[in-house]
Structure formats: structure tokens, C-alpha cells
Design a protein around this ligand. Structure first.
Ligand code: F6R
Length: 589
């Protein structure tokens, strides 16, 4: 979703800002722009399309000026157009703003401002911020207080960075419920929504808190609350492989990240024992566990619920983060909320945990991104340690989530002797990666099919959901994940000659029942793609996976399904790294 960056330094801002935008491309966007202060005025260049093309077309990198702001937009209010791209400026071009989030009351504010004579040129909610600040600045003549006064009337979520025509040295940033990070360099400072925007320049950061305003020049910064009180905050070093954001020799980040899983699974298992034990104590002593997540992380949550029930014998509920409010009344001080999120910035998840916190629930999280809002708002955190995930589709983060969930479940159930087998799972990844070409050929065979079904039972059912989500997301085809036993209750009616069905069928207690379901579909013309450690003539295509303890199959199966989605996209000529309409970090509700 929208990415923002501001720069105040001693060299030209434009190339630094466009590089920052490129580093945030993975978040998903449809337009981009910059505002550069050249000492006299602010030049705004913006358009729809890809950053590289916009940069070339508008000659952005040759703009002069050592301070500036920039933005990638993922449209929410107002169509994708040049005029709706950020930065936005006020009537007299005195205030220029880039914004991430949604201003809920923008319609009312806009009417008030228009009545007061302001002229709006875009359809965005964000433009009100520039006009509001300009209005306040006219009466106060003070930069900070004009921003603070604007924040007092804004409702919704926001992180924005502002520059003023009359101030060629300073950028200002402020946040409420959307991330904003100060990057502290030598003779240069940054404000951005994402560490990756400036990680090549500095790894010294301060994660701004809600309702904090930061005033930044090239050699200083000041943080204050919205009541004007100065805040002293320690900076931290981001000790993350954060600078590893190159594709290496892979054609796409998604492919690189699928291939990284041997290492990333191992890294995820390398956890601080005290924190692991603390997690286990919290989970083991609660009988009100709510697992909260969205999308792929939600699927990890389903696996956690099943394993807690079957292996540890404790109950838990999985709640879709965006639906959490329906369960809010059940939360009290005995409740534990296990939030799972790659980004740690998913608005639905943050909203859910804030609701739970308000009811005195304990928040524990499994997160990838250090310093993200979820990590800072949780009572305890386990990190995935899988490095930045740039491909919009979650791949390595999912297997890392599973690895941590397995580790917790094995400790909680006293099956610590099985941790060695879990650790060995990462050594099986190359065997799965060796299926790449086979999967790509299968994808070519089904390149013109538009409906796919994924089925499995038990834990494999959840992986069927994940496989279908991934294929929809990357190949833009209809795909459905189903509990194999549910087919005969309706969906079997859709199976016809040539329908591809992916059957997740490891040799566990569900093997024969799932095989029967595969036969039922084959009898109706389906083409069966079996993913199993045990071959069977029912499969038209068989993708062999290694034999492991039955609880570990999901982590192996899903790697094959990631390839299936990736090559599903390639065979349809789509770019798997940037699926249409989707954003990596979903910071709006
Ligand atoms: C699917 C995908 C999304 C995310 C979801 C939650 O491949 O990436 O469904 O899983 O948006 O994101 P996080 O895990 O960052 O909370």
C-alpha cells in the first residue's frame, strides 16, 4: 500500500527519493510522485505507472534541491490518475504533503474547507491535509502548530510527511495508526513508512509512536507529542538482513523467496529459549486462546489451531482479523490473542489486537518485520527471522510461521525429542525445489484452464486453502480450497471433463478417504494432480514429496503449491512479483 519517504540532507534529494520508492515498490502501487524543494519553491512531479518510467518521463532525478518528499500510491479514494497521485499541495502551494492511510472524515472536512474558499483539484482524502495545514499556517504562522491543529481534526489513520514552501531546510512527519520511521544518517535524515526505503543509507532508526510529530533537518531531529511536549527517544540499529533486497540471479523475488526456504525455515527455528518458553507458558495456561490473522497468515493460524487441538489437546479459536469485532465481547483479562503477521502492519490485525488490549487481553505475536506496529504493541513477540519478503505473495514467511508454530506445539506437548526431525525439515527443501521443472510443465498444460480446485483433509485442508489463495493471487484464475469430504456436499457439481484438481494426500490417516474423493472427481472427468509421498494410479500427475512425521506435511506440500502459483502466473504471462490490485502491506481496513 502507499509508501512515503522524506529526505533532508546535503546532496540532491531526487535520486535518493526515487531509489527509496523503488525499494518500496513491493508494497504495491499504481502511481508515484515526488516534491522537491530547491530553496525557492517546491517542484511536484507525479504520474501513474511504474516508478522507473515515471522517473525517466518526468526527468525527476535531475531536479535540484536537497530536501523533498515522495510517495507510491495504492488507490483507495479517487481513481488511479495523475491528479490523484501524491504529493498534494494546498491552494497557494505553500504546503506539500504525502500521506499513507485513510482520512475517514475527509468529506466533511473538504466541504468546510471549500466553504472557506479552498479549491480542491483531486478526488483523494489526502488533499484535505494540505489545505488544513495551509489554513492553520495562515493564522498561526507556525509550522508545528499548523500540523498539530490539522491532526486534531483528522479522523482515521494517517502517516504523512510535509514540506513548506517557506522552509527550505525542514521536513515534518506525523503518525496515527500507520507506520512512520525516522532514519538517522550522517548529514542526512529520513522519514519513511518502511525501513527498506532508506536501509542502504542508514540502519539507525527510531520507530515513531502514535501521535508523535518529528521535525527533521539534515543534521538534527526533534520528536514531540501532539501536545507539544518534547520526547527523548533512543535510536536502535536494525540488525536485520534488511539490505538484502536484490533479486540475485532469480527472475523474480517470489522465485528467489521460494528458493530461500531451506535457510529461512532453519533461521526461524533459531529462537531465544526464554521467549519460546514464555510463549508456551502463556498459551499453556490459557483456555481462551484467540488466533488472529489475515490471508496467508490466517492459514498459519488454522494450522496452529489444529495442532493445539490434536497434539497439545488445548482448544483455541481462529478469528479472521477483519471479523474480530464480533468476538470482542468474549475478551477479558484471561484471554490470550496470538496474532500472526508477516508485515506486522496489517490494519485489520492491529485493529483486532487494539480492541483486545482495550479489554485487557494479553497479546502475543509471531511477526517478521522488526519494529513494526504489531511488535511494539504486543506483550511478547517471536520473530520469523526470514528476512524481508519482497514478493507480494507470502511464501517464505508462511513456512517460517509454520516452523515456529511446530516448535511451540512440540514444546507444549512435551514432544521435544521431535524437534530434531523438525530441524531436519529444512534439509528436505532441496528435494521439493527439484520439482520446479515438473511443476512448471504441469502449469503449461493447464495454462488455459480458469477453474482449479485444491482438496485435502485435516492439516492438508488448510494447505488446500493456501494453495488456492496463492493461485488466485498470482495467476488470476478462479481457485477454491476445500475439505475433501465436503466435495460431495455441493462443489462436486462443478467438476467436469478436464477440470484440474490438486489433491493433497500424504500417507497419513486421511490417505484412503482423500483418495476415494479423488476417484469420485476423476470419475467425473477431473484431471488429478496428486501431491503425496505415496504414488497412486489415480493421479494423472504425481508430485512426490518426502516422507515425514504426519504433522509436518503442510510445510512440504506448500512449497510445491508455491511453485504451482508462480508458474501458473508465468504460463499466463503475469508478473508474479506484482499481482494486480494487491499490496504487500495492507495498512487500510
Ligand atoms: C497472500 C498474502 C496476504 C497476506 C495478508 C496478511 O499471499 O500475502 O494474504 O498474508 O495480507 O499479511 P500479513 O501477514 O503481513 O499480516
Amino acid at each position: 500500500m502507499c509508501g512515503i519517504i522524506g529526505y533532508a540532507g546535503s546532496i540532491r534529494a531526487a535520486p535518493i527519493l526515487t531509489q527509496g520508492l523503488t525499494n518500496m515498490e513491493y508494497r504495491g502501487y499504481d502511481s508515484a510522485g515526488v516534491g522537491i524543494h530547491d530553496g525557492r519553491q517546491i517542484s511536484i512531479k507525479k504520474d501513474t505507472g511504474k516508478i522507473d518510467e515515471i522517473k525517466e518521463r518526468l526527468g525527476i532525478d535531475s531536479l535540484n534541491g536537497n530536501i523533498g518528499i515522495a510517495h507510491t500510491r495504492w488507490a483507495t479514494h479517487g481513481k488511479v490518475s495523475q491528479v490523484n497521485a501524491h504529493p498534494h499541495t494546498s491552494c497557494e502551494s505553500k504546503v506539500t504533503v504525502v500521506h499513507n492511510g485513510i482520512i475517514d472524515n475527509y468529506q466533511k472536512l473538504r466541504i468546510n474547507l471549500e466553504t472557506a474558499g479552498h479549491l480542491f483539484i483531486s478526488d483523494t482524502d489526502s488533499e484535505v491535509i494540505a489545505h488544513l495545514i495551509e489554513d492553520n499556517f495562515k493564522s498561526s504562522g507556525d509550522y508545528r502548530s499548523s500540523i498539530i491543529a490539522a491532526c486534531e481534526v483528522l479522523e482515521g489513520s494517517f502517516a504523512f510527511v510535509v514540506i513548506f514552501k517557506d522552509n527550505a531546510d525542514t521536513i515534518f512527519g506525523v503518525r496515527k495508526d500507520a507506520p512512520l520511521i525516522l532514519g538517522i544518517g550522517k548529514n542526512e535524515n529520513f522519514i519513511a513508512s518502511d525501513i527498506l526505503a532508506f536501509i542502504k543509507k542508514t540502519d539507525e532508526v527510531i520507530f515513531l509512536e502514535n501521535f508523535e510529530l518529528v521535525e527533521v533537518s539534515k543534521d538534527s531531529y526533534q520528536i514531540m507529542s501532539l501536545s507539544g511536549e518534547q520526547k527523548i527517544r533512543e535510536s536502535v540499529k536494525v540488525a536485520w538482513e534488511a539490505s538484502d533486497i536484490s533479486r540475485k540471479d532469480f527472475s523474480h523475488f517470489t522465485l528467489k523467496e521460494i528458493h530461500e526456504q531451506q535457510n529461512t525455515i532453519r533461521q526461524s527455528l533459531n529462537q531465544n529459549t526464554n521467549i519460546l518458553n514464555d510463549f508456551c507458558d502463556i498459551l499453556g495456561n490459557s483456555n481462551k486462546i484467540y488466533i488472529v490473522a489475515s490471508g496467508t497468515s490466517l492459514h498459519a493460524g488454522f494450522i496452529a489451531k489444529q495442532l493445539l487441538a490434536r497434539v497439545v489437546k488445548i482448544p483455541s479459536e481462529v478469528v479472521i482479523a477483519s471479523e474480530f469485532i464480533s468476538y470482542a465481547d468474549l475478551i477479558d483479562s484471561d484471554s490470550v490473542i496470538l496474532a500472526i503477521s508477516q508485515s506486522g502492519e496489517t490494519a485489520d490485525v492491529l485493529d483486532a489486537i487494539r480492541t483486545a488490549k482495550g479489554r485487557r487481553g494479553k497479546i502475543i505475536s509471531i511477526v517478521n518485520t522488526p519494529g513494526s506496529s504489531l511488535t511494539r504493541e504486543s506483550d511478547q513477540v517471536l520473530f520469523l527471522n526470514c528476512g524481508p519478503e519482497i514478493g507480494v505473495a507470502a511464501t517464505k514467511s508462511f513456512t517460517s510461521q509454520l516452523a515456529i508454530i511446530y516448535q511451540l506445539v512440540l514444546i507444549l506437548s512435551g514432544r521435544t525429542q521431535d524437534i530434531a526431525e523438525l530441524t531436519n525439515i529444512s534439509n528436505l527443501v532441496p528435494e521439493l525445489l527439484s520439482k520446479e521443472e515438473e511443476v512448471s510443465k504441469i502449469c503449461d498444460t493447464f495454462a488455459s484452464n480458469t477453474d482449479f480446485y485444491f482438496v485435502g483433509r485435516g492439516l492438508n485442508f488448510t494447505i488446500a486453502l493456501e494453495g488456492a489463495l496463492k493461485l488466485k493471487e498470482l495467476a488470476y484464475v478462479h481457485a477454491e480450497g476445500l475439505a475433501a469430504g465436503e466435495l460431495k456436499h455441493g462443489t462436486l457439481a462443478l467438476i467436469e471433463e478436464g477440470t484440474p484438481v490438486i489433491v493433497l494426500n500424504p500417507d497419513d490417516e486421511t490417505y484412503y478417504e482423500t483418495l476415494n474423493n479423488a476417484s469420485e472427481m476423476k470419475a467425473r472427468g477431473a484431471k488429478i494432480i496428486g501431491i503425496s509421498n505415496k504414488p497412486n494410479p489415480i493421479y494423472d500427475y504425481h508430485l512426490q514429496i518426502p516422507t515425514v512425521d504426519r504433522i509436518f506435511y503442510p510445510i512440504l506440500e506448500v512449497i510445491i503449491l508455491q511453485f504451482l502459483a508462480y508458474y501458473g502466473a508465468i504460463s499466463r504471462h503475469h508478473n508474479p512479483d506484482y499481482p494486480r490490485n494487491l499490496a504487500k502491506s495492507v495498512t487500510v481496513k
